[in-house]
Write a protein that binds this ligand. Structure first.
Ligand code: SAM
Length: 274
C-alpha cells in the first residue's frame, strides 16, 4: 500500500482545482487524525467492506483505507474523479470509485451485504439516504452499520429521547429496531470551508426488529402524530382508521401528545394496527 506517499489533501484540492461547490454541499475535512477517528467509529476496519458516499478529494476515504477497509465509493462531482483515481492507484485494488448520484444508485448491489456505510454528505442528501436505509422492510438490513456526519441539529433529532423538542419521526425511525448514538461532535472550523453550523457523527447499528410491525404503518403513525405535534393524539391520529381505539386498548391516554410517547409505545400502536 502506497498511501503514505500521497500528497497532502490541500495539494490534491489545489492540483485538481476542487474549489468547494456550494450546490454540492462541499465542505471538506483535511485533518488526518480527525478523519481516522471518524473512520474508527465503524469498528475494526481490517478486511471490512465500506460503502462511502461523497468521497470528494478523498480524506475520509484515505482514513478508511489506512484502517484496512476495502472501499466502494460513489461520488457525484466529476471534478473529483482524477484525484480519486490517484488514490485508487495507491490503494492497490482496495478502492473502487463510481461516478454517480447516491440517491439513484443501487448501493446494495455495489457494496454487497455486510458493508458498513460511511459518509460525510450535504445534510439534505444524508437525511434522504438515512430514511431510505432505515426504512428497509428486510431486517437486519444489508448494511452492517451507518457512520454519518450530519449538522448537529439533525444528529440530535436522530438520537432524541421522548419529551424533548428534538424527538420526532426521525428518532422513532432510527431507534425502533436499531441503536443510534452521537459518536463525536465536529467543530465547524474542522471543515474547509467552514459551514455555518456545528456537525456530529452519528453511529447507527441494527438491532432486533420487534415482531408484527410494518415500517410503513409505523411511519404513517409518526407522520400523523408529529405532523400536528401540539395536538392531542385523539385529534392528530383521527385520520388513521382504528388508531384512537388502539390507543385506548393499550391504555395510552388519547389526550396525550405525540412527544410523550416513547418508541415502544409507537411500536405497540403500529402492531395493534397490523
Ligand atoms: N468526504 C469528503 C470529506 O469528508 O472531506 C467530502 C465531503 S463533502 C461534505 C460532500 C461530498 O458529497 C462532496 O464530494 C459532494 O460532491 C458529494 N455529493 C453531494 N451530493 C452527492 C450525491 N447525491 N451523490 C454522491 N455524492 C454526492
Amino acid at each position: 500500500m502506497k498511501l503514505d506517499g500521497l500528497p497532502p489533501l490541500r495539494d490534491v484540492i489545489a492540483t485538481h482545482g476542487l474549489s468547494a461547490s456550494k450546490a454540492l454541499g462541499q465542505n471538506f475535512l483535511l485533518d488526518g487524525q480527525l478523519l481516522d477517528r471518524i473512520a474508527r467509529v465503524a469498528g475494526p476496519l481490517e478486511g471490512a467492506r465500506v460503502y462511502e458516499v461523497g468521497p470528494g478529494p478523498g480524506g475520509l476515504t484515505r482514513a478508511l483505507l489506512r484502517g484496512g477497509a476495502e472501499v466502494i465509493a460513489v461520488e457525484r462531482d466529476r471534478r473529483c474523479l482524477a484525484a480519486l483515481a490517484e488514490l485508487a492507484e495507491a490503494a492497490d485494488g482496495t478502492l473502487r470509485v463510481i461516478e454517480g448520484d447516491a440517491l439513484a444508485v443501487d448501493a446494495q448491489a455495489l457494496a454487497g451485504d455486510g458493508a458498513h456505510i460511511v459518509a460525510n454528505l450535504p445534510y439534505n442528501v444524508g437525511t434522504a439516504l438515512l430514511v431510505g436505509w432505515l426504512s428497509a422492510e428486510r431486517w437486519p438490513p444489508w448494511w452492517r452499520s451507518l457512520v454519518l456526519m450530519f449538522q448537529k441539529e439533525v444528529a440530535e433529532r436522530i438520537v432524541a429521547a421522548p419529551g424533548t423538542p428534538a424527538y420526532g419521526r426521525l428518532a422513532v425511525l432510527a431507534q425502533w429496531r436499531a441503536t443510534a448514538r452521537i459518536a463525536l461532535s465536529v467543530h465547524r472550523s474542522a471543515f474547509v470551508p467552514p459551514p455555518k453550523v456545528m456537525s456530529a457523527v452519528v453511529h447507527i447499528v441494527p438491532g432486533k426488529a420487534p415482531e408484527g410491525v410494518r415500517v410503513a404503518t409505523l411511519e404513517r403513525l409518526t407522520a400523523a402524530a408529529f405532523g400536528q405535534r401540539r395536538k392531542m393524539l385523539r385529534q392528530s391520529l383521527k385520520a388513521i382508521p382504528g388508531a384512537v381505539q388502539a390507543l385506548e386498548q393499550l391504555g395510552i391516554d388519547p389526550a396525550r401528545r405525540a412527544e410523550t410517547l416513547n418508541v415502544g409505545d409507537f411500536v405497540a400502536l403500529a402492531r395493534a394496527l397490523g
